[in-house]
Design a protein around this ligand. Structure first.
Ligand code: SRM
Ligand code: SF4
Length: 572
């Protein structure tokens, strides 16, 4: 027998032996324990939930021998971030009744609930489904929540791309009956047999019994509005517009942010532009791309299992040929259309039907109530009064739709009554910033992120104003580790947690999202971050050419000169 057979990653065996994601989750749900065991943790991700523990409490509990403070994070799937007021209200109720009383709008236009105890998990998932949403495939080695420009507009453009998001969501959803049977049916014993997945039965025609080698992400954008960061997606559809109609899409493949600095085989990558597809080809081409990754993606080493590594190994031409083979015919070449702008959809915008939408900037996407600010109560009041359609953005914020001209003042008044800072009162730097969850729930966090960024921005606002740069648009993104959940590696500026209280500073990406940033300085202590950033702003002010953006300036001068200019520039 050959000894050369590749050794598959242990997760492959767990998936294959799980009877299509069932595992022994049902039994464990009935066990008297506050947490799940190892193998089921991998499977639970496909059902939209992660086991976590409160890292703020770890040290204390260790001292007292109290184990870990376990709870579950639950992520929803909301294609293109479009939902109803009732669905938002249901999530607000859920976080109060079964979660940690906060709700997080994620960087992929959906919600996460934290702090759900194991005993409440089934009820929480059932309640999400009861309002017409799902957690299936919110996480796991499958296609995740599909991002799409969330703006509400009359006319065919937004409707066409939002419809594609819905079609892809349905076409690429896992078919396993395990989700329904585990979470949506009564089973007092946990022993009920699943109806699907018997011998010889094809349960997952697209994914197969091992699903994909790794997570998979899709985004759909318009050229003049790259608000979903198309080049960070495994698969991107950029609409090609002629005479006000979408005539097809330029397809890009192999974007991804995650990297492990100690493993040089890993890297962040922007997606490569591959081919043009007509609207009726889009779903089948998406399936073909997924099948190529399913059959040729790396299943031995999860660190290099994302689509970007297959494309780096093969080159884009070979990859395109494989996609064409699975699709069943040649694809057309790309058009020249590419991204040209990014609208964050904040503030008042006309929808084109005489109505208005209002984008409210939510700092780092966290909804909570405290003495200073009542975001949850304010959102509840808005939903109860107006029942607006809701849209979530890829910058962790929220859009209320369908306001008449004469309702606008009342909406703003409700927000102010709840001490919510309106978009108009939010500084440009804060508005264009995002941060990942990190501590205390994320098991992979090395540093703070979401809890730290507001304080860092407090320190930047005055210096930016003194330099006359307070209206300057640049993206500032922060993550608590190099996995890149707030897409830091193509931002104008980014802070990435590298060691305890130390960050890698990245510069030179841009709000358009089509350029990778470079490492400006590594292992910068938390206490020095604000000064380092202010020095970059001062260098930009003193040396900017024409109307170049912050990211363009940093790229033009490069790492070494930027450090010199930053040291020399007069500080505000
Ligand atoms: Fe992420 C893992 C949170 C968007 C790249 N991400 C995680 C986990 C589940 C940690 C874990 O594996 O134990 C985090 C849960 C934290 C918590 O306490 O809730 C987590 N990721 C998030 C969210 C909530 C960040 C946020 O604050 O909004 C985002 C949820 C999106 C969603 O609704 O689906 C989130 N994650 C992203 C993005 C951005 C995107 O998709 O547009 C990326 C970079 C793009 C990409 O995928 O390359 C991203 N997350 C990762 C990675 C690195 C993947 C890689 O290829 O190396 C991991 C770790 C992993 O998969 O091994 C990760
Ligand atoms: Fe956690 Fe790292 Fe993702 Fe932040 S970037 S949520 S710290 S995995």
């Amino acid at each position: 027998m050959s000894t050369d057979a590749p050794k598959l990653s242990p997760v492959e065996g767990i998936k294959e032996g799980s009877q299509y994601l069932k595992g022994t989750i049902g039994q464990e749900l009935h066990e008297d324990s506050d947490h799940f065991n190892k193998d089921n943790l991998q499977l639970l991700k496909f059902h939209g939930t992660y086991q976590q523990d409160d890292r703020d409490k770890r040290a204390e509990l260790k001292k007292t021998g109290g184990g870990k403070a376990y709870s579950m994070m639950m992520r929803c799937r909301i294609p293109g971030g479009r939902l109803t007021s009732d669905q938002l209200l249901a999530h607000l109720d859920l976080c109060d009744e079964l979660g940690n009383s906060t709700l997080k709008i994620t960087t992929r236009q959906t919600f996460q609930l934290h702090g759900v105890v194991k005993d409440d998990l089934k009820a929480a998932i059932a309640r999400v489904n009861a309002v017409g949403l799902s957690t299936l495939a919110a996480c796991g080695d499958v296609n995740r929540n599909i991002m799409c420009c969330p703006a509400k507009r009359t006319g065919p453009l937004h409707n066409t791309i939002q419809q594609l998001a819905d079609e892809l969501t349905v076409a690429l959803a896992p078919q396993t009956p395990a989700y329904h049977e585990l979470w949506l049916t009564d089973d007092e014993t946990g022993e009920k047999e699943l109806v699907g997945g018997g011998p010889g039965e094809v349960v997952e025609p697209l994914y197969g019994p091992r699903y994909l080698p790794r997570k998979f992400k899709i985004g759909i954008a318009l050229p003049d509005d790259n608000c979903i960061d198309i080049y960070t997606q495994d698969l991107g559809f950029l609409a090609v517009v002629r005479d006000g109609e979408v005539i097809g899409y330029n397809v890009s493949v192999g974007g991804g942010m995650g990297t492990t600095p100690s493993a040089s085989k890993t890297f962040p990558a922007l997606a490569k532009r591959m081919a043009f597809v007509t609207p009726d080809q889009a779903v089948d081409v998406a399936k073909a791309v997924i099948k190529v990754q399913r059959d040729y993606g790396n299943r031995e080493d999860r660190k290099v299992a994302r689509l970007k590594y297959l494309i780096a190994n093969w080159g884009i031409e070979k990859f395109r040929r494989a996609v064409e083979e699975y699709y069943g015919g040649p694809l057309q070449d790309l058009t020249d259309d590419d991204v040209t702008d990014f609208d964050d959809h904040m503030g008042w915008q006309e929808q084109g039907d005489g109505k208005w939408s209002y984008g409210l900037n939510i700092e780092n996407g966290r909804l909570y109530d405290n003495d200073q600010r009542q975001l949850k109560a304010g959102l509840r009041a808005v939903c109860q009064r107006f029942k607006p359609e809701i849209r979530l953005t890829g910058h962790q914020s929220i859009i209320f739709c369908d306001f008449d001209e004469d309702q606008r003042d009342e909406l703003i008044q409700i927000l102010r009554d709840h001490k919510i800072v309106t978009t108009e009162d939010t500084s440009t730097v804060r508005r264009w910033s995002i941060a990942c969850v990190a501590l205390p729930t994320c098991g992979l966090a090395i540093t703070e992120s979401e809890r730290r960024l507001p304080g860092i921005i407090d320190g930047l606002e005055q210096p930016l104003a003194k330099l006359g740069l307070d209206k300057e648009r640049f993206t500032l993104r922060m993550t608590g580790c190099p996995n890149g959940c707030a897409r830091p590696y193509n931002a104008d500026l980014a802070l990435v947690g590298k060691a305890k209280n130390k960050y890698t500073l990245f510069a030179g990406g841009g709000w358009l999202g089509n350029r990778l940033a470079f490492i400006y300085k590594d292992l910068v202590p938390d206490a020095e971050v604000v000064d380092e950033l202010v020095a970059i702003f001062a260098a930009f002010k003193a040396n900017r050419q024409g109307d170049e953006s912050l990211g363009e300036f940093c790229t033009r001068v490069g790492q070494e000169d930027l450090a010199g200019l930053a040291a020399a520039a007069p500080k505000p």
